[in-house]
Design a protein around this ligand. Structure first.
Ligand code: FES
Ligand code: FES
Length: 184
C-alpha cells in the first residue's frame, strides 16, 4: 500500500517591511521615492535613480568604488562617503554629488581632466570613487602634500595603476583648482 506523504504546513509569508520616504537632491536634481528601510545608498543611487557611474566593488566598505559626496551629513560641508556604508533613509533631505555631476556644460572637472591626461586610470572601475574621494580631500585641503593625498585616498583601492599616476593626477588637479578657483 503506497505511503501517504504528510504535507508540511507552508511557512507564513514574511510580513511586508514598512517603507520609508526618501527625498534627496543628486547633482542638482530633486528625487523622491518610497523605499525599503534596508536599501543601501549605493543601491538607491544605481538601481532606483539610475546613476550607474557610482560603482560597487565589494559591498563591505573596503574598496571605495562607491564613494560619493554628501552635504550636511556631519557638519555643513561636503564629505566623501562610501555609499555602501549608509542607508538611503539616512540621507533623507540631503544633497549628494556623484561622478555624473562633475562635468559642467560639456567641460570636464579639473580632476577628470587630470586623471585623463596623467593616465590616472586603466580599467577605470575604481576611478569614479577615486575622483570623488580626491574631491572630498581637495575641498577640505586645497593644497595637500603628497603624504596627505596618499592618506586622503587610502580608503580607495585600485588594482591597475599602482597609484603613482593617480597621485600625480590629484596634484595636477589641485593646482588647476587653486589657480582657477574651481571647487565643485
Ligand atoms: S562597494 Fe566597496 S566600499 Fe562600497
Ligand atoms: S584603474 Fe582599474 S581598478 Fe583602478
Amino acid at each position: 500500500m503506497p505511503r501517504r506523504r504528510t504535507q508540511r504546513p507552508r511557512p507564513a509569508a514574511e510580513p511586508a517591511q514598512d517603507m520609508v520616504s526618501v527625498r534627496v537632491r543628486i547633482n542638482g536634481v530633486e528625487y523622491s521615492h518610497v523605499v525599503e528601510p534596508r536599501l543601501l545608498l549605493v543601491n538607491y543611487i544605481r538601481d532606483v535613480v539610475g546613476l550607474t557611474g557610482t560603482h560597487v566593488g565589494c559591498d563591505t566598505s573596503h574598496c571605495g568604488a562607491c564613494t560619493v559626496l554628501v552635504k550636511g551629513l556631519w557638519g555643513d560641508g561636503w564629505m566623501a562617503v562610501k555609499s555602501c556604508t549608509l542607508l538611503a533613509a539616512q540621507v533623507d533631505g540631503k544633497e549628494i554629488l556623484t561622478i555624473e555631476g562633475l562635468a559642467k556644460n560639456g567641460e570636464l572637472h579639473p580632476l577628470q581632466r587630470a586623471f585623463w591626461e596623467n593616465h590616472g586610470l586603466q580599467c577605470g572601475f575604481c576611478t569614479p570613487g577615486m575622483i570623488m574621494a580626491a574631491l572630498g580631500l581637495l575641498l577640505r585641503n586645497p593644497n595637500p602634500t603628497r603624504e596627505e593625498i596618499k592618506w586622503g585616498i587610502s580608503g580607495n583601492l585600485c588594482r591597475c595603476t599602482g597609484y603613482v599616476n593617480i597621485i600625480k593626477s590629484i596634484e595636477d588637479a589641485a593646482k588647476e583648482m587653486r589657480e582657477k578657483g574651481v571647487t565643485i
